[in-house]
Design a binder for this molecule. Structure first.
Ligand SMILES: [Zn+2]
Length: 95
């Protein structure tokens, strides 16, 4: 399934970027010239609205991922409820 790509502002750095819905619209994939590619869940986005420090760190971490088979993912940990940024294997949907 191909979802539509939109021009938008990067959630992490605020620059011009592209995004499309992934994971049955539970997440979004961003493509940013500065941050690179990253995927973020809707719940995490809601929690990070006023977290400029987290966004700055996540921007650097996402940009540091150079392996095309990996991607930076920002989600909420189901057990702790904390927002987590991790490098994971890139699913087929994110290629
Ligand atoms: Zn960015």
């Amino acid at each position: 399934m191909v979802t539509q790509t939109y021009h938008t502002t990067c959630f992490l750095c605020g620059g011009a970027a592209q995004e499309r819905e992934t994971d049955h619209a539970n997440r979004r994939l961003y493509r940013c010239p500065k941050c690179g590619d990253y995927e973020i869940s809707r719940k995490a986005m809601g929690r990070l609205t006023d977290s400029p420090a987290f966004k700055a760190r996540a921007s650097e971490a996402a940009a540091a991922v150079k392996d095309p088979d990996k991607i930076y993912e920002i989600t909420i940990d189901n057990k702790s409820g904390d927002v987590l940024g991790t490098v994971v294997v890139r699913r087929q949907e994110l290629r």
